[in-house]
Structures are given as structure tokens and as C-alpha cells.
Design a protein around this ligand. Sequence first.
Ligand code: ADP
Ligand code: MG
Length: 698
Amino acid sequence: MKDITKLFGSMVFNDAVMQARLPKDIYKSMKKTISQGIHLDQDIANAVANAMKEWAIEKGATHFTHWFQPMTGTTAEKHDSFISPTGDGKVIVEFSGKELVRGEPDASSFPSGGLRATFEARGYTVWDTTSYAFIKDGTLCIPTAFCSYSGEALDKKTPLLRSMEAVDKQAMRILKLFGNTTAKRAITTVGPEQEYFLIDKDMFLVRPDLIYTGRTLFGARPPKGQELEDHYFGCIKPRVSAFMKDLDEELWKLGVYAKTKHNEVAPAQHELAPIFSTTNIAADHNQITMELMKTVANRHGLACLLHEKPFAGVNGSGKHNNWSIGTDTGINLLEPGDTPQDNAQFLLFLVAVIKAIDEYQDLMRLSAASAANDHRLGANEAPPAIISMFIGDELKEILDAIESGSSYKGKKKHEMEIGVTVLPHFPKDSTDRNRTSPFAFTGNKFEFRMLGSTFSISGPNIVLNTITAEALSQFADSLEKSKNFTADVAALVKKTYSEHKRIIFNGNNYSDEWVAEAEKRGLSNLKTTVDALPKFIEKKSIALFEKHRVFTETEIHSRYEILMESYCKTLHIEALTMVDMVKGEIIPACMDYQGELIDLLRKKKAYAGDNIDCTLEQHFLNNITKLSGCLLNKLTALESAVLESSQEREILAQAVFYRDRIFTAMSELRLIVDELETLVAKKHWPIPTYAELLYSVI
Ligand code: ADP
Ligand code: MG
């Protein structure tokens, strides 16, 4: 058996490696840079770069890259080798501090939402010293932020780091008021659970829809779906198990705390969860995880599907963003404490989150919006598009008691008045955990469940951090003036809960009654991406992000453009893929089968004249012919919608057009094709069926 402790982090230039390889004073400065975000001196950068290069070469690396996360949602890398010519036909290996700290990729082809058109065409990358460098496939990868020359963020990391700073600043103001003198920083932590599908690679390769769009655009329901619920937590098949083992090892080498793995609800669906870490590390690691899932699957003759809804009719894949705030001294601020004072602090942070989510529901909703996730929200297992919070019955009773001024007599007979008695501890896995809630308190953290499986976790965490920072800043503004702190905290908890408790819903979020009830409470229900995204550019959102220096107004507008464009482009590609598949594969298959039936009818008649019964052949031939007519109509409708889509329109109008016209035309076309699939002989059907795809890995 392999020694996991030796394997873990073996490809990471982590603290232990730095300590072992850097001169003492350099190591000390480096640590200071990491923990306090202090500027890195040129000499120190050179020394670190040199040690990093030697370490990387020993590990077999030949290249280095600034690894960054542009607005495409994936990662980008441009590899440079370490070689440098010496003039005598030979080379030496070199890597300078300058190359480590700053890069200037010609990045003009990344989406910028017009930012680089108005500013400078080139962008630059800067080392995020809080995320360790690592070696992937023979290349030393340096995690970096990506900005324009005038400093606008062009990536997902920069605003995430800014949002972490915002919460840090505001949470520290509160902690100081509670007399905390030991904590230097407040840190948000995240553990993202990642769902995915595995199918046979050979089948993947003959489905253009999976190749181009990541999801099946056609496919009749298989005889067996997820109704028996026999896949969830089921015994893992040997091929999948081999993949999971390999993936774990690859992730461990890169310092990713891969911890839990299991089968999910849908056939062929699985999940991986790491142990939580600081938000920006969690974001980097989640990107690495998604990338490795694909490469490792490939090695095992499998294809990993990360799309939110690869198959209609069975569960889609999401990402559960487990989020909390802690201190650098290791205290989880969302954990009920052991003293009355700790409890008052806990309740204050708790109501801060309640206030934040209620006031900025729309931002939370849009942080989980994409064309792909639109298939998932509101369907099957997934949370509905309405944002609400689950806090469990016990906590709700406590807050209700505080609100009404009565004392709380909990299950454990703890009398509860704020700041007086110790709160009962909430078991982490309380029995009534609500799987249907989009934002659930699970004992000492919140779990935001709306994210799609392909998402970078940055977007939702940028929102979560910023809105929490805003609530905390308002609390701090008022409490810093307080003359009677304990009483004022109690009053603030009470008032905040009273004002924002409409966002709390502990019942079944999937029920129709909830949709009606939520409307009565005045909660928003932004059903599609196109409904949600415009909230991003509203005054309230711009004021929030500018106040906490997370986004400038320009950055918000550029991101809005990128997200809207990406929505339209996704649907455009799907529409074109559908047209291609129908014309190139589906129609010819139907024709072949019709030809075969006609041949048979002709032969039968030649053999036995009109006496022979041809009802069966005739029946299929008639039905296919009838449906073929519909097919042509729907195909033509989609093609003309696609043509119309190219007309010049403002971005919102364009997105509305894609949602209402293109998507509808696609759905109608799909219905006919799926019906045809049930009529045409299997040997003629050109693409693997749902049954074959979902049960292809044995
Ligand atoms: P479940 O499927 O029941 O939700 P999992 O064990 O799959 O539970 O996932 C829980 C996730 O929450 C893990 O990634 C875990 O590390 C993470 N987590 C636990 N505590 C915290 C915390 N304080 N901050 C952020 N994430 C946390
Ligand atoms: Mg979970």
C-alpha cells in the first residue's frame, strides 16, 4: 500500500518545502508575505524562484506557467520552458523572481466584456502567494490573479480575494467589540461537494451533443431511471472504483484534501467532497479537481460529464458550497459557543447572514445562474429558484423566543436568554436536515446548494462574502457607538431577526405551496438566468460591491456582458449542434428504416399478393412518416430562429430571444426526435441511447 502521508502534497511547493529549501530569513519574509499580504521584495522573489525551480526540476518539470482563472469559468495556462540560451548552442535553466511574480500573457482572446477594448489590450498575471505553486503534468503552475493594465479584474480570483478581505475587515470590527484580542484575521472557509457523471468514453465520442455542449440534446427515457433509488450510496463498480482511487491519489499529490466519495442518486452519477479550506484555496482546488476528473477518466476509458443536466429526466449535477467564517486562531464563528458571550457572538453572526441573504436574495440567485443550471433549478432533487434559508427547528425556536421576549426551553432544558445561558450545541447532522433548502444551516456552517456542477465556486462566494461583510459593517457601525454592549447586541439580534425572518423556511422547498407562500412573503422568484442577471447591474448591487471594493461599476458591467453573452452563445451552440445532428444523423436513420420497411412491404406483396397482412410494417411506416413531417417543420422553425438570432439586438433582448424562441424551438424539435427514437429500429439509430449511456460502465 502507498504511504498517503508521503504522497500527499508531494507535487506542491508548500510550507514544509519552503522551510526546508529556503534560507531562514527568506523563509520568514515569505511567511510574512503569505499571512499578511505584504509586498514581496525583488531579492526574496529571486531566492524563492530559484528554490522553486530547483525543486520543480528535481520533480521532472521542464516548464512553468502562470495558472489563472479567466472569465471563461475554467483555468488558463501558457507554458514557458525554463531554458535560456547561453550563446554557445547550449542552454541553462533559469527562472527569475520577476517571472515568478508577474506575467504578461497575450490574453486578448479571453472574454473581458469590453474592458480591454476600452483599456489596454494586454493583461497581466500576479502571483497569489496565499495559494501554493504545484506541478501538474511536468509544468510548475503558479496560481495567479489576472488583471488589465489599469487594474480591472479580468478573472474570478481577484474579486474573490477582495471579497475575503471585505469580510475579514468587517468581522474583525465585530470580534474586537466582543473583546477578542488574539485573532488577527477572519477567514471564510469552503468545502465544495462536487457531483459528476461517468460514462463510457467510446459512447461519448459518438455523441456530438456531448462533445460540443456537454449534455445530451436528444434521448428518449430509458426503461429504468433513478426510480428504484438503488444507485445512491450503492456499491461502487470496479471500473468506477479504480477511477476514484486514481483520482484521489492525483489530487492528494497536488495537496487537495479529497475525502469523501460515493455514488449519487442518478445512475452513473457520483460525488467527491474535499475537507474544507480557505475560500481561495478551495476555489483553486475545485478547479484542479474538475480538471483532473476529466483527465483521469480519460485514462480509464471513461468520460466525465460535469454539465449540470447531461440527461433529461434524471437528476442533474450540482455543487454544494459549504461555507463558514473562522478566525486565524481556529475559531469557527458559526459554531455555537461554550459561554453566554460566545453565544451572543454566534447569534449576531447568524443574524448577519440571515439579513445578508434576505436583503440580497437576488445576488445569491444570480450567482448560481447559467444556461446549463437553468435546466436544474426547480427540477428533481435540486433547489428551486427561490432563495430561502433553513436553520432547523431548534435554532428557529431560540430566535422566536428572543423575538417574543420569552425564555427558550429547548429539548435539553437550556433556558435561553441572550448573553445569559449557554446555547445547546446543535448536532452537526441533525435529523431534520432539510435537503430541499437552497441555503441550509448544518450545525456550524451554511450549505449553499444552488451552484451548478461546472461552476467556479468564486462567483457565489464573492456574493456570500460581500453581502455578509455589508451586514457586519452595519452591525459594527451601530455597536461601535454602544454604551451598553450586551443589551445592544441582544436588541440587534432581535430586531434583525424580526426584520428578516421571512427568508427562513424550514419546510419542503419543492412543494407548490411554498412557491405561493414565498410570493406572499415578498421573496423573489427569478426563474431563469435572463431574469436574474439584470439584478447585477442595478444600483443596489453596484453600491454594495463598490462600497466593499470588490467590483467597480465598470467591472460589474463587463461581467454582466460576459455572463449574458455566454448564455446566448451556449444556446446558439446547442441549437447548431441539434440542427447538425438531425440533418446528418437522425433524418438519414429514419430514411434508412423507412426504406427497409418499404422493401419488406414490397417483398411481402411480391411473395403473397394482397392477401398477406402488413399491418405491423404499415403501422410503423405510417407513424414514422407522420413524425418525419413534424420533424421537418420543427427543424425549419429552429433554423429560422437561429438565422433571426443574428439580428443586431441589445444584449438583454438577445438573451430573451434565445430563451423564448431558440430554447422553445429546441425543446419542440427534441420531442419529435425522442418519439422517433422509440419507433426506429435500434440498429438504425445513429447515437447511443440513454439506457446505453447511463448503464455503460460496468
Ligand atoms: P453532506 O453530503 O452531508 O453535506 P459532506 O461530508 O459530503 O456532507 O460535505 C460536507 C462538507 O462541508 C465537507 O467538504 C466539509 O469539509 C465541509 N465543512 C465542514 N466544516 C466546514 C466549515 N467550517 N467551513 C466550510 N466547510 C466546512
Ligand atoms: Mg451536502
